[in-house]
Structures are given as C-alpha cells and as structure tokens.
Design a protein around this ligand. Structure first.
Ligand SMILES: Nc1ncnc2c1ncn2[C@@H]1O[C@H](COP(=O)(O)OP(=O)(O)O)[C@@H](O)[C@H]1O
Ligand SMILES: [Mg+2]
Length: 394
C-alpha cells in the first residue's frame, strides 16, 4: 500500500506541475476576472444601474480593459465596488454580505454520511459564490481525506501545517487561529483536514474510559474553538466525511444550520432515512448533557441531478412531496463541468466559460449555483433577522 501510495503521490505532483505550469501550485495562477455583467450579478444590482454608477460615481477601481473593450474586475475589486456602493446607500442592507456586530456567523454543516453525494463539490462551489458576494468564509475540513483542503491547495500533511486535528487533540491543542490558513481565493480561509483526524476518534473513545471530567467535553470542542473567530467570519462551512465520527457530531452540534445533500437514487433515499435516524440519535446523546439543539435552518438539496432521467425525476418528486419546503427549490444539476474529467478540482467560479465545453453548459451550471447560493443566503440573512426579496424579484 505504501509503495502504491508513493507512486500515485509522485504522479499527481507531476501532473499538478503540468496543469499549473509554469507555476507549480494552483495558488500561483491568476484567478478568473469577472465581466461587468457578472459583477452586477454578484452585487445583486441591475446591470444597467451598475454601469450607470460606474460611469457617474468616483473612487471605483478601474478594472482591466480586455480585448474587445470589455472591462473585467478581480474579486477584490468587486468587493471594493460593493463597499463604495453600500456606503453611498446604493445597496440595501439585506444585500450587504455582513453579519451585524452582535450576530454569530452562519455556521453550516454540509452533512450526509453517504459518500459521493457531492458534499465537497457543494461546499467548494458554494463557498466561492458566497465569497464573491462578499461574505467572509471559513471552511473547516473534517474529512481525514482532506479533499476540500486539496482543492484549495492547503495540504496540512504534506506541508506540515497545523490542521483541524491540532485544534481538537487532547494533548496541547492549538487555538484555531493558528490552524487557519488563507487560500488563494479572496475571502476564503480554511482549517485544513488531516489524516490524523482518525487519532481524534481514538483519543475521544479512550477518554470515555478515563472519564476524569477534566478539560473540554469532546462534543463542545468545535463550538468552543470557534468562539475565537466569531467576529472575523460571516459564514463557517463544515465539509464532513462519509462516516459517523465524534468530530462530525461535534460539528453538527456547533452548526446553526444544516445543508443535507441527497442524490436521487433509490438507495440514496433509503440511506437518507437511516442517516437521519442515526443523526437524531447521536444528537440525543449530546442532549443528555446539553439543552435541546435548535437549528436556524435545515435544508435538503438534491445533487448530481439529471432531470432527463425518468427514475431520478420520479424520486425527486417523491422527495419533494415528502420533504416539502425543507428541500431547496434549486437542484444541484449533474454537470460535465463539475464531474470528473480534465476540470476536476476546479470549482465553477474559477473555471470560466472557455474551460467548460460549451457556453450553454457553463451558463446552466453557473446559474444553478447562483440560485443555490441565493437560497442559502436567504437562510443566512434570516438567521441575522434580514429578509431577502424573493429570487429574481428585484
Ligand atoms: N453536480 C455534479 N455534476 C457532476 N458530477 C458531480 C457533481 N457534484 C459532484 N460530482 C462528482 O461526484 C463525485 C463525488 O462528489 P464529492 O463532492 O466528492 O462527494 P462527497 O464529498 O459527498 O463524497 C466527484 O467525482 C464529483 O466530481
Ligand atoms: Mg467529500
């Protein structure tokens, strides 16, 4: 196993060097810049209104003039435009992506014990859409496999960085601020995952035998750790592993919102029932020593969905009829631009239309993610007491 692991790691790093040449790391590559139209969408301003402001108000970044006289902005420039417009009263408070001073960050666990239901793809794509909107996002990768961390090019095990394990471990835990790494994407930081998270599980079960009642109880370790960063982030997103673990329960306990991806297969629905039952039972264990856990929201999202597939169509209407408004209206569509292929590891926001087959394919999945983000944002804003206008109803 070790031999094959070495072989694959070497091959991957060679491939990485090729993909991101001449820069060796993904982080060194310039991020895609957004057109004025995309900027308007990100700021939730009418396109012509934005153009009007850009022409008649002062102080905006110039952006860059591309061939064909098209202006583009970097994500940082978009945030600068947003700040100026907000301060000038051109963006209403409910479209301004900041929690109030006394609000807690929206802390959302992307949670389902089944593997392959697009937890990591949803977390990465959603985080980038929220970050472009201007939210300050912290990702926490609880999967020992660390796929989300790999995606954001923060590799704790390879680069010997502190990981979520170091925050949670029994012996000499570090403050979470020491384990937070910036990513190449503006407004996104991450506490990377690590294989050593498996240690946390051993330590925690050993502590039951020791049961000395000293130190932080395991289920509070994440909530307590997050207190340090409450004022720095607007949204905290947990990506979870496809198995039950103490860390997952601690994250679900720390979250104030749950986002549950479900794929539309018969076996997925059967496992959903078992997963929810198990999830509820584990929380009940925690509730024996805590108050009853209340969530601001709990929403299901259909993932990898192909509306042209009859069987999937039937299952989706079954789920909708049973779960009602708990299901997001927007399904996370199956898209070649996200699935495995040459684009693997690239969230849609970074890809850009050229890389995604046809323009139509790209626009479809981009719009889909925009709508998912809007619905999640409705929940985030509601948790801070703001009401977003209905989607598309500007
Ligand atoms: N919307 C989608 N369209 C096509 N393929 C997808 C989509 N979402 C995820 N996938 C693919 O499904 C596989 C599992 O996704 P992943 O996000 O890793 O799931 P999980 O984290 O739940 O295990 C990956 O190969 C990913 O590329
Ligand atoms: Mg995953």
């Amino acid at each position: 196993m070790r031999g094959y692991s070495d072989t694959i790691r070497d091959a991957l790093s060679r491939q990485n060097a090729r993909l991101f040449a001449p820069d060796e790391r993904k982080s060194d590559k310039e991020l895609r810049r957004l057109s004025v139209r995309e900027t308007a969408e990100a700021l939730r301003i009418n396109y012509n209104t934005l153009r009007h402001h850009l022409k008649h108000m002062d102080g905006f970044p110039d952006g860059r003039l591309e061939p064909g006289n098209r202006r583009t902005f970097s994500v940082e420039e978009i945030h600068e435009i947003q700040r100026i417009l907000y301060e000038a009263g051109k963006i209403p408070r409910e479209f301004y992506p900041r929690k109030g001073e006394t609000d807690l960050p929206a802390t959302i666990a992307v949670y389902n014990l089944k593997g392959g239901v697009a937890k990591t793809s949803l977390t990465s794509n959603l985080s980038e859409f929220l970050a472009v909107r201007g939210y300050r996002v912290l990702l926490i990768d609880l999967d020992p496999q660390g796929s989300l961390s790999d995606l954001f090019d923060v590799k704790a095990d390879i680069d010997d960085l502190p990981s979520i394990y170091d925050v949670l471990r029994t012996e000499g835990p570090v403050p979470i601020t020491e384990a937070i790494a910036p990513t190449y994407f503006p407004n996104i930081d991450i506490v990377p995952g690590s294989l050593s998270m498996t240690e946390f599980e051993f330590e925690t079960s050993a502590s039951f035998r020791l049961a000395d009642g000293v130190g932080t109880p395991w289920h509070r370790k994440i909530v307590n750790a997050l207190e340090l960063v409450d004022s720095y982030y607007d949204v905290i997103l947990f990506d979870t592993p496809p198995h039950m673990s103490f860390a997952v329960i601690a994250a679900v306990f720390a979250a104030n919102g749950l986002l549950i991806p479900v794929s539309a297969g018969m076996l997925d629905v059967v496992s959903l029932e078992k997963f929810l039952d198990l999830g509820a039972s584990t929380l009940e264990v925690v509730e024996q020593v805590e108050q009853e856990k209340e969530y601001d929201f709990m929403r299901f999202i259909l993932t990898r969905y192909s509306p042209h597939d009859q069987a999937q169509l039937q299952l989706s209407s079954f789920l909708r009829s049973q779960l009602g408004p708990a299901m997001l209206k927007t399904d996370f569509l199956n898209s070649a631009a996200i699935g495995d292929g040459s684009n693997a590891m690239q969230p849609i926001m970074e890809l850009g239309p050229q890389a995604a087959g046809t323009r139509k394919t790209y626009d479809r999945i981009f719009e889909c993610l925009q709508n998912i983000t809007y619905e999640v944002e409705e929940e985030i804003m509601a948790s801070w007491g703001f009401k977003l206008p209905k989607m598309g109803g500007e």
